[in-house]
Design a protein around this ligand. Structure first.
Ligand code: P6P
Length: 340
C-alpha cells in the first residue's frame, strides 16, 4: 500500500528494495533525471517570455531544425548526469554520436548508459502545446574501466533497466518504470516536489481512441488504411474518437489513462517510420508492456528488435492490448509490408 503524499525521492529509495545488489547508482541516476526535469520544466513553462523560443539555427542528425529549447533541454540533462558521475555514456536525439563520460579519474567505471530524447514534440513549443522528455537506461555491456562503445547503446529494448518520460503539460508529470509496474508523479511547482499521483498505471485492455496523423493516409500501407476505416465504421463502440496531439508523450499518456492506440507506421514519406527505436520506441514500449499494454512495429514486439544504428527509425503501434492486436490483424493480411 503506497504512503499518501509519497514523494518521488522517497519512492525511488523505497523502490531500491527490488535491486538487492544495487549500489544506489540507479537511484542516484533517477534522482538526477528528477532534478533536470524540474529545471527544464521551469524554462518550458516560460518559453514565451524569454529568448529560448524558435530555432537554434542548427539542425540535428535527423535534419530537423533544432529548437532552442531542444538544445537547452539536452544540455540540462547532460550536465545533470556528467556532473554526478553516474553514467558512462549518453546518446541523445540532439547528439550526432554518443557522448563518452569518463567519470572519476577518467576511470570509465560508471555502470549505466542513458538514451534520451530531451524534448520530444518540440515543434509544438512555439504554439504552446505540451511536449515531453523520453529516457531509457541500460547497464553497459562492454568491460568496466574502458570507454563506452556503440554496443552499450545498441541493446534490445528487453535489456532496459528503467524507462520513463516527463510530460510538460497542464501539469508536469514524471512517469517511469524499473520493471515493476508504472508509476506517475505530479510536480507541485510551488514546492518543487514530485508527488505520487498515479500509482500502478495500467492501460485499459480496450479503448475507443486512435491516434495517428491521418494527413498521411494516402501514403500508409494498406493494412493501416484498413484499420483506420475499421475505427471509423458505425458498429458496437465505433466510430472511435480520433485524437492526435503531435506529441508522442501526450498521446501515449492520455491513451494509457483512457485507453487507446497510438500509431506511427511506415509510409511513402517515412519508409522506416519516423520515431527512433532507441530513445523513443523502446522506452515507450517498456512502459506500455509494464502498464499491461502492447507495443509492436505492426508485426513484432518493439523490444525484440535488434538495433543496428543509434538513430534508426521503426514503425510503432502501441497502447491498449486489444486495439494493438486488432491493428496487427489488419497488418497481417499484407506480409509484404513486414520488412521496412
Ligand atoms: P508528424 C514529434 O516530432 C514526434 O516525434 C512525436 O512526438 C509525434 O507523435 C510525431 O513526431 C508527430 O509527427 O509527422 O505527425 O508531425
Amino acid at each position: 500500500m503506497q504512503k499518501t503524499h509519497m514523494t518521488l525521492g522517497e519512492f525511488i529509495i523505497d523502490n531500491q528494495k527490488h535491486f538487492k545488489y544495487s549500489s544506489g547508482e540507479l537511484s542516484r541516476l533517477l534522482n538526477s533525471i528528477r532534478l533536470a526535469a524540474k529545471i527544464v520544466n521551469h524554462d518550458v513553462n516560460k518559453a514565451g517570455l524569454v529568448d529560448i523560443l524558435g530555432e537554434a539555427g542548427d539542425t540535428n542528425i535527423q535534419g530537423e531544425d533544432q529548437q532552442k529549447l531542444d538544445v537547452y533541454a539536452n544540455d540540462v540533462f547532460k550536465s545533470a548526469l556528467i556532473n554526478r558521475e553516474i553514467v558512462c555514456g549518453i546518446a541523445s536525439e540532439e547528439e550526432d554520436d554518443f557522448v563518452t563520460i569518463e567519470g572519476k579519474e577518467n576511470s570509465h567505471t560508471n555502470k549505466y548508459v542513458l538514451l534520451i530524447d530531451p524534448l520530444d514534440g518540440s515543434s509544438n513549443i512555439d504554439v504552446n502545446v505540451s511536449v515531453g522528455t523520453i529516457f531509457s537506461i541500460y547497464r553497459r555491456v562492454t568491460p568496466s574501466g574502458t570507454p563506452v562503445q556503440s554496443e552499450d547503446f545498441l541493446q534490445k529494448g528487453n535489456e532496459q533497466v528503467a524507462a520513463g518520460y516527463i510530460i510538460y503539460g497542464t501539469s508536469t508529470m514524471l512517469v517511469y518504470t524499473t520493471g515493476h509496474g508504472v508509476n506517475g508523479f505530479t510536480l507541485n511547482p510551488a514546492l518543487g516536489v514530485f508527488y505520487l499521483s498515479h500509482p500502478n498505471m495500467e492501460f485499459p485492455e480496450d479503448g475507443a481512441i486512435y491516434s495517428i496523423n491521418e494527413g498521411n493516409y494516402v501514403h500508409f500501407p494498406q493494412g493501416v488504411k484498413d484499420y483506420i476505416k475499421y475505427c471509423q465504421e458505425e458498429s458496437e463502440n465505433r466510430p472511435y474518437t480520433s485524437r492526435y496531439i503531435g506529441s508522442l508523450v501526450s498521446d501515449f499518456h492520455r491513451n494509457m489513462i483512457k485507453g487507446g492506440i497510438y500509431m506511427y507506421p511506415t509510409s511513402a514519406k517515412a519508409p522506416k517510420g519516423k520515431l527512433r527505436l532507441l530513445y523513443e520506441c523502446n522506452p515507450i514500449a517498456f512502459l506500455a508492456e509494464q502498464a499491461k499494454g502492447k507495443a509492436t512495429d505492426g508485426y513484432k514486439r518493439i523490444m525484440d528488435i535488434d538495433p543496428t544504428e543509434l538513430h534508426q527509425r521503426v514503425p510503432i503501434f502501441c497502447g491498449s492490448t486489444k486495439m494493438v492486436a486488432k491493428a496487427e490483424s489488419f497488418m497481417a493480411k499484407y506480409p509484404e509490408d513486414k520488412d521496412y
